[in-house]
Design a binder for this molecule. Structure first.
Ligand SMILES: Nc1ncnc2c1ncn2[C@@H]1O[C@H](COP(=O)(O)OP(=O)(O)OP(=O)(O)O)[C@@H](O)[C@H]1O
Ligand SMILES: [Mg+2]
Length: 599
């Protein structure tokens, strides 16, 4: 619904300015590789539309021949045969043209889709902070579909109607100039009147649509929160709201009906009136011998062509404006600057890092919320192979530190070094290749368990995948599935529990074998047994790498080399579990006391 309104808006506010036309022409570059097909298709279109123009004249000529007044010097049978040949060639040309146009638009738009997706997927993380995913996907789906139908249908339709319009007018002026003048003075006025009428009616129809949509929102909301409605015994309130909404739908509908009725009156009286008026004039000319019956026939057929063309121009224009809106949204993305991602990383041998990490006075605010400083001077030094933990209240900045280390964002101040080199100086993909990340909420990709474990790594054998799954304590549940590693998970597959998903993510990280491991521990508590299983898996995973764990349960981090306690973007305490626990009134010992009291 919202989308549809947006397009309507585009069409409304859209103007054919120089700039957005230039933008639109920029998109032609995507059909450039298929220009030969496109040009042939255009030529075929011109040819078949021109042939089409002969038919009304031929129809008139037929009746003239029947009256013994033929002008082409053909017999009825000859003309019939000629028409059959024309029709056949017309059909063949149209068939080929449709295939060509489709080829051009489908291929061109497929290229555009690929390029757009490549652009999106290589955009830096802050880009996604400022946009809604649904809005981005709709550029690839809806916006490009609009462009596609513009290239495959609208342009062709416009050219065709334009030829019929010009050709039709040319024909009738050449053959029946007087009647044409009368026609030209009436039909366009009537068609334009009808268009204005039509637009007005569409506006009211849209208003009705909107009212209906808001009445649906009431149903949606009240059914979704039916528990609240019932608990508050406010069924009557919802009924009242709905009744009001429906009432206004009826009111708009009635207004719509009045205008529809008037439109019909207009059509009956004015439109058919004009047509009969012209026929009447023509009939008089035939009667007085100024015109042949056949000419009147072909004249009327041309008039139908011309009227149809005029009527179609409005729709074409609106469609083009909509396409311009879509073009703008697509081009907006194409113009963005991406991260320097190396797309051939999977095939390359990357440099192995050792995993020394140093944060030097890191200050940071998220680009989308510059007023709040999230990290206020973080200093950390973690030697290769050590395990450290970050603890602290929700919102203290723990996940942010991990995101900084993944180089999702640039620090405002300070530097991050890995193996003694500023992380900005590494090739981004090569650097990230050395990091394993187990996120707080594990989302699996739709596909098999094997694909999810081997994710992002090319050419892993089943054996390796199974070994990783075993180390992650995931094999025990995977092997109970009849399909094993081929079990489909994700949207259309089976649902895995939180702990199972986490173990898949751990297996994924084990298979990647990174120098640096980042773990954002899930807050949702697992039951004691699964927790132990996951914890064991993590311990295996952490062996021999620099690991940073964000821990919510202190019990899981007793053995780490150093614990950093964060508060409001600052490190307020650091040391081993033993060191921090003995600190009287220390932040960590207070936290620990609280947790052990609770448990
Ligand atoms: N993408 C973002 N854009 C803007 N602000 C953000 C973003 N992500 C986090 N923040 C803000 O940064 C601050 C630190 O968030 P962070 O996610 O690092 O906290 P955390 O310590 O991981 O908390 P939790 O324990 O709840 O996961 C919070 O105030 C949060 O609102
Ligand atoms: Mg967090």
């Amino acid at each position: 619904m919202a989308r549809r309104n947006k397009y309507a808006e585009d069409a409304k506010k859209g103007k054919l300015s120089k700039e957005n036309l230039k933008e639109a022409i920029g998109l032609f570059k995507f059909i450039l590789p298929y220009k030969v097909s496109f040009i042939i298709a255009l030529l075929l279109l011109v040819l078949s539309s021109s042939i089409f123009l002969i038919f009304p004249d031929a129809a008139g000529e037929m009746s003239n021949i029947a009256n013994g007044k033929g002008k082409w010097g053909l017999t009825l049978n000859q003309l019939g045969a000629l028409l059959a040949v024309l029709l056949l060639s017309q059909s063949i040309l149209s068939f080929i043209r449709i295939l060509l146009f489709t080829r051009v638009s489908e291929r061109g738009m497929a290229d555009l889709r690929n390029q757009l997706f490549q652009k999106l997927i290589t955009m830096p993380v802050p880009f996604f902070d400022e946009r809604r995913v649904g809005e981005l996907t709709s550029r690839i789906t809806n916006d490009i579909s609009i462009l596609q139908s513009t290239f495959s249908i609208t342009i062709a339709q416009f050219i065709r109607q334009f030829i019929l319009f010009i050709g039709g007018i040319g024909f009738i002026f050449y053959k029946t100039p007087r009647l044409s003048l009368i026609m030209l003075a009436t039909i366009p006025v009537v068609v334009l009147g009808a268009m204005v009428f039509g637009r007005f009616i569409r506006k009211i129809a849209k208003e009705r649509q909107d009212k209906l949509a808001s009445s649906n929102v009431i149903v949606d909301e009240s059914l979704q929160s039916v528990h609240v409605v019932k608990a508050f015994t406010s069924e009557w309130l919802e009924l009242k709201r709905y009744k009001q909404a429906i009432e206004s739908v009826v009111n708009v509908s009635m207004r719509l009906a009045v205008w529809r009725g008037l439109f019909l009156v207009f059509v009956i009286f004015i439109m058919f009136g004009a047509i009969f008026f012209i026929i009447w004039m023509g009939a008089q000319m035939v009667q007085s011998g100024k015109m042949e019956v056949g000419d009147l026939t072909s004249f009327l057929l041309y008039t139908v062509f011309i009227a149809g063309a005029i009527a179609s121009f409005g729709g074409v224009y609106e469609q083009l404006l909509t396409a311009l809106g879509a073009t703008e949204r697509v081009r907006e993305i194409l113009k963005e600057t991406t991260e320097p991602i190396d797309l051939s990383i999977a095939e390359n041998q990357v440099k192995q890092l050792k995993g020394d990490i140093e944060f030097k006075q890191i200050q940071f605010s998220y680009p989308s919320r510059l007023d709040i400083e999230v990290l206020k001077g973080i200093d950390m030094k973690i030697a290769a192979g050590k395990k450290v933990a970050l603890v602290g209240a929700s919102g203290a900045g723990k996940s942010t530190i991990i995101q900084m280390l993944l180089h999702f964002y640039q620090p405002d101040q300070g530097e991050i070094f890995v193996d003694g080199q500023n992380i900005s100086d590494y090739s981004l993909s090569e650097y990230r290749q050395n990091i394993g990340f187990v996120p707080q909420e594990v989302m699996l990709f739709g596909g098999t368990i094997r694909e999810n474990i081997a994710y992002g790594k090319q050419g892993t054998s089943d054996k390796e995948v199974q070994a990783a799954a075993e180390k992650a304590n995931a094999w025990e549940f995977i092997s109970t599935f009849p399909e094993g590693l081929d079990t489909i998970v994700g949207d259309r597959g089976i649902k895995l529990s939180g702990g199972q998903r986490q173990r898949i993510a751990i297996a994924r990280a084990i298979l990647r074998d990174p120098a640096i491991l980042l773990l954002d521990e899930a807050t949702s508590s697992l039951d004691a047994e699964s927790e132990k299983v996951v914890q064991d898996a993590l311990n295996v995973l952490m062996e021999g790498r620099t690991s940073i764990i964000i821990a919510h349960r202190l019990a899981t981090i007793k053995d780490v080399d150093c614990i950093y306690v964060l508060e409001h973007g600052k490190i307020i305490e650091q040391g081993s579990h033993a060191e921090l626990s003995v600190k009287k009134d220390g932040a960590y010992s207070n936290l620990a006391k609280l947790q052990f009291e609770l448990s």
